[in-house]
Design a protein around this ligand. Structure first.
Ligand code: FAD
Length: 506
């Protein structure tokens, strides 16, 4: 029956593709319109052909976390995840480098972590174990009560059950306050706080409920699909196409057509009009509202609203192909500088270029030889920076040089600069150009309390009938698994399912 209903999805990010999987399996006719030349959005690829061979870089996400969410989603689609993804649990999960100090490895293994914690602070191993059982409880409550739920009114958030459970949850204290009360060692505080960056926010401004990310990290572990995170995108493309979804790349949408308060389809940049019964926008929320919706009366939020939002950081990224191996690195590596809080302030309070920044360095070639030529390393370097910063090509080059020097020194990588086979820099302007990202934010809206759950821009338009939003800009929020959940929420909207739990089948 649904075959007659045509749904257009603007954008082929994880949220768009996951929605297409669900809706086309259910029998809707789904068309995805993607402005770029490949699907995946932030979860797409950069390929560099060099004299040494091919380097295949994940363009954005590289941490595969919350494996339970992926597993559930494949099950809902009637698919065996292992037929699509060759998953491995990384061990260690990641390596942490301190400024002018030793490096430490962290695992999804409580005994190993307790040993490391104890070596840094006496008694902290037991504190960690107890804390992880509390954060496991938080994670389970969040999954049952918050994440898989659509919000229509404040009472959906503050319902009786949540209010009862809420007493056991740190809803209002800040993440950093909770952590600093438990751990006094400087490195341990940073190790327990950095997860907020994955949510696009600062530990000093993240509600305590998100300490559930500590359980996600230490309890559920960090996984890797062979080939990289793009394998998830590929799997979703395959499943969506198997059920009849048509994915049209190089098809930028110019406008959502609205007739009498009802979405009737879209107009492409080339002038073509495509009619539909429903439109789902997976493009960045600000772009959808301020650009794709032409008439002010159909927008839920004003430009003033957006100007007041706390944006998740942008990022200064380098994709590097390096000659020879780098023995000091693990698959995931984090560098924590002494100026920790100052770095967060430079992102969220006084936007400036961080002089000696925190770094994330991913070396997936440590676990996977299919993404880099023999005897080389595939390296992704990310510096979180404030959204809205601007810079010339020359300034970018100078900053890249500074970061490479920092890596040579702090990560102990001799002659890194001379060993570069290929280098691509990606920054604020690229996020704007590639994704229509507001002020070049890499991730969307930060997960502060006023931008969480009922307070986050909703996934259904109250002003335009049959218009929906999916992806990191709406509920539940940022991250690949979270955008998968956002697709389940859209499916529930369209199929009018009010159950707050994960879908069982479609
Ligand atoms: C550098 C980086 C690192 C990250 N690391 C991780 C990680 O390790 N683990 C993790 O889980 N998450 C990570 N994330 C977050 C995660 O990648 C994103 O939250 C998620 O992929 C966003 O998916 P989305 O559904 O919001 O769509 P997006 O990826 O934002 O895609 C939106 C799509 O809409 C398209 N579009 C925009 N405007 C138009 C238009 N007018 N017409 C047609 N198409 C349009 C865009 O081209 C894009 O393809 C990272 C993100 C970045 C940027």
């Amino acid at each position: 029956m649904n075959k007659q209903k045509h749904i257009i999805i603007i954008g082929s990010g994880i949220g768009g593709l996951a929605s297409a999987c669900l809706l086309s399996k259910k029998g809707y006719k789904v068309t995805i319109l993607e402005k770029n030349d490949m699907p995946g959005g932030r979860a797409s690829l950069i390929v560099k052909d060099t004299e040494k061979g091919k380097f295949i870089f994940d363009k954005g996400p590289s941490w595969y976390m919350m494996p339970d969410v992926f597993e559930d989603f494949f099950k809902v689609l009637g698919e065996d995840i292992n037929k699509h993804l060759e998953l491995q649990l990384l061990s260690p999960s990641y390596r942490v480098f301190q400024e002018e100090g030793k490096s430490f490895d962290f695992f999804a293994n409580i005994e190993k972590n307790k040993e490391t914690f104890e070596s840094l602070e006496k008694g902290s191993g037991d504190v960690l174990e107890k804390f992880l059982s509390q954060t496991k409880f938080q994670y389970e409550v969040a999954k049952q009560e918050f994440m898989y739920k659509n919000y229509d009114s404040i009472f959906d958030f503050f319902n009786k059950r949540v209010m009862t459970l809420g007493r056991k949850l740190p809803l209002f204290s800040k993440q950093s306050t909770i952590i600093n009360r438990l751990f006094k060692n400087d490195l341990l505080q940073k190790v327990m706080q950095y997860q907020t960056v994955l949510l696009g926010t600062s530990p000093y401004d993240t509600p305590g409920i998100y300490t559930l990310m500590n359980y996600v990290d230490f309890g559920l572990g960090v996984w890797y699909p062979k080939g990289g995170l793009y394998e998830v995108t590929k799997a979703f493309v395959n499943i969506a196409e198997k059920h009849g979804t048509e994915i049209k790349v190089n098809s930028p949408v110019k406008k959502i057509n609205i007739d009498n308060g009802k979405a009737t389809g879209v107009t492409l940049e080339n002038g073509a009009i495509i009619d539909a019964d429903m439109v789902i926008s997976n493009a960045d929320y600000h772009h959808t509202e301020q650009v794709l919706i032409e008439e002010d009366k159909y927008r839920e939020h004003s430009q003033k609203y957006w100007d007041k939002r706390t944006l998740a950081p942008s990022a200064f990224i380098m994709y590097l192909g390096i000659d020879g191996k780098i023995p000091t690195l693990s698959h995931h590596n984090l560098f924590f500088p002494k100026a920790w809080k100052e770095n967060f302030d430079k992102i969220f309070k006084h936007p400036t270029w961080p002089g000696y920044p925190a770094l994330y360095v991913c070396a997936p070639s440590k676990s996977d030889d299919s993404i880099a030529p023999n005897n080389t390393e595939n390296i992704f370097v990310l510096v979180p920076i404030a959204a809205g910063l601007s810079h010339t090509e020359e300034e970018k080059g100078l900053y890249a040089d500074k970061i490479l020097s920092l890596m040579e020194k702090e990560l102990d990588i001799p002659n890194l600069k001379e060993r570069i086979i290929t280098k691509e820099i990606y920054s604020v302007d690229n996020f704007i150009k590639d994704y229509n990202a507001f002020k070049g934010t890499a991730l969307g809206l930060a997960h502060t309390l006023p931008q969480t759950a009922i307070f986050r821009p909703n996934n259904i338009s109250r002003k335009v009938e049959n218009l929906f939003f999916v992806g990191a800009g709406t509920n539940p929020g940022i991250g690949v698994p979270i955008c998968i959940i956002s697709a389940e929420l859209i499916y529930k909207r369209i199929e009018k399912i009010s159950d707050p739990e994960p879908l069982k089948e479609v």
